[in-house]
Design a protein around this ligand. Structure first.
Ligand code: ATR
Length: 279
């Protein structure tokens, strides 16, 4: 029997996840179907239960349900706990197992696809919401020399840095600090990651120009047109390389696929095809 999976979101019609998982299934010979399900904003839990009751095997969860999925999970991975958000659910006999593959997807894209070694580098993470939180521990695990969190609301950045500072001893000598966006500008970073939702709202974060050096990588965790304003700003202010989050999207999907099926799909060709499709 064909196993069923789905991505739940609102909105979700734009999601590339069905195409990505269909490509993974073809490539690995796995018998599965994957659909997009639009859940009402106040009806995610009911929609998820209905899908599980109808024989679903697992789900991806996107905005705005990742925190609710974390609350609904009966058991969670360590990385889901750190992120306090779940983007992948596996329906086990014992209940819902929640994982978060976003951070692993980001690291795979940075390190493998873009060849950016984070070890000893300086990283600026823009934003202090759910996306930034999910990226923090995976980034710290790569042993950068410095990780600065900058957010429009400086207090939110400080709270996030304080929370994750408590985890630092095991992660080596990372200098972790926080500030408001308005305090940036005096220092350039090797890697600048936009983890804000500003691009999705059509307005990039207001940033000073001096954040990028001649070998900086600017990375947007969102992809396509909404990422463009930040990346164009980075390009105009001297960033050597720019990347949107399409690779991260495919890599987090591969990690979910692995959790569900025990098989790791090849990602490069899938990323390439999606890029061609959107070009
Ligand atoms: P997500 O789950 O996508 O991270 P979120 O938790 O609502 O969403 O967080 C949104 C992030 O984008 C926050 O860091 C927010 O900054 P504030 O904490 O100051 O609100 C940031 N953000 C949203 N719009 C922004 C804008 N126009 N300029 C700068 N930062 C913005």
């Amino acid at each position: 029997m064909t196993d069923r999976y789905a991505v739940f979101g609102n909105p979700v019609a734009h999601s590339l996840s069905p195409a990505i998982h269909a490509a993974f299934a073809r490539q690995t010979g796995q018998d599965l179907a994957y659909e997009a399900i639009l859940a009402p904003r106040d009806g995610f839990a009911a929609a998820l239960r209905a899908f599980a009751a109808a024989g679903g095997s697992g789900a991806n969860v996107t905005l705005p349900f990742k925190e609710e999925a974390w609350r609904l999970a009966d058991a969670r991975s360590a990385r889901a706990e750190a992120a306090r958000a779940v983007n992948t659910l596996r329906f086990d006999a014992a209940g819902l197992f929640g994982d978060n593959t976003d951070g692993a997807g980001l690291i795979a894209d940075l390190c493998r696809n873009l060849g950016f070694d984070l070890s000893g580098r300086s990283v600026l993470l823009l934003g202090a919401g759910g996306a930034a939180r999910g990226a923090l521990l995976p980034l710290l695990d790569q042993s950068p020399a410095r990780l600065a969190i900058a957010n429009r609301n400086a207090q939110r950045a400080a709270a996030l840095a304080a929370e994750f500072s408590a985890r630092l001893p095991a992660k080596g000598r990372v200098r972790l600090d926080a500030c408001g966006l308005d305090a940036l500008g005096a220092e350039a970073f090797d890697l600048v990651i936009d983890a804000t939702s500003a691009g999705l709202a059509g307005a990039p974060p207001v940033l000073p120009g001096g954040l990028f050096s001649r070998d900086s990588l600017a990375y947007a965790m969102i992809y396509g047109q909404p990422a463009e304003a930040f990346l164009a700003f980075a390009r105009a202010h001297g960033a050597a390389r720019c990347a949107d989050g399409l690779g991260m999207l495919v890599e987090q999907a591969a990690e979910s696929f692995h959790l569900w099926r025990g098989v790791r799909p090849e990602t490069a060709s899938v990323i390439e095809r999606l890029r061609e499709r959107s070009a």
